[in-house]
Design a protein around this ligand. Structure first.
Ligand code: AP5
Length: 192
């Protein structure tokens, strides 16, 4: 199963990907987590990304692609993956298509978690209080949502036009959303 998980900040991508990873036994590749690990390690890449991420803007496409190529060179991705946080703009969607074609591992599905903006804001405010993530402050959340509308929404349209998009209602309990995702990806799992 080669799955791309799309959705606005706070839509539940990371939460559901962790469950899918257990269920499907494939790695969860989160570009946000990869970047946060670089920031925590204080690497050159992390230093370049830190302020951009805290503001809620996108880190450069070149950095992201290099990181992704590195990650996909590891053998645990041979049997599938759940990609979370990439692609976030049309240039990244095109780079991903080329990378996966080169690796002979085309994606099966893009799943979009659909959640209304008021609920996204509420969830991220809750996480800001609970975990203190640097980009969950109100100003950065506004920026992240704006970036999503301007740059990532066209990616969703792109996959829709390719016939590769499934939209899943992301509102409800974690179990309810998880069940909906499993139902949405069932056709590919049956073929596989
Ligand atoms: P990233 O880490 O990808 O952040 P994001 O897209 O803003 O996503 P979040 O982690 O905020 O939300 P999520 O959808 O994973 O929701 P979650 O499950 O956590 O990226 C961070 C930054 O890195 C970017 O802003 C950018 O700077 C950089 N970056 C990353 N990828 C990049 C790329 N490709 N190109 C350029 N830059 C890139 O859930 C959120 C909260 O809601 C949690 O508290 C959770 O417990 C709660 N929740 C989840 N589901 C439910 C539910 N059903 N009911 C109630 N609460 C729920």
């Amino acid at each position: 199963m080669r799955l791309v998980l799309l959705g606005a900040p706070g839509s539940g991508k990371g939460t559901q990907a962790a469950r899918l990873k257990q269920h499907l036994q494939v790695p969860h590749i989160s570009t946000g987590d990869l970047l946060r690990a670089e920031v925590a390690a204080g690497s050159k890449l992390g230093l370049a990304a830190k302020e951009v991420m805290a503001r809620g803007e996108l880190v450069s496409d070149a950095i992201l692609l290099g990181m992704l190529e590195d990650r996909f060179s590891r053998p645990d991705t041979d049997n599938g993956f759940i990609l979370d946080g990439y692609p976030r703009n049309l240039a990244q969607a095109s780079a991903l298509g080329e990378l996966l074609a080169r690796l002979g591992r085309p994606m099966d599905f893009a799943v979009q978690l659909d959640v209304p903006t008021e609920l996204l804001v509420e969830r991220l405010a809750g996480r800001a209080q609970a975990e203190g993530r640097a980009d969950d402050n109100p100003e950065s959340v506004r920026t992240r949502l704006g970036v999503y509308d301007r740059q990532t929404a066209p990616v969703i349209e792109f996959y829709r036009q390719q016939g590769q998009l499934t939209v899943v209602d992301g509102v409800g309990t974690l179990d309810a959303v998880f069940t909906r995702i499993l139902e949405a990806i069932a056709p590919v799992r049956e073929v596989g």
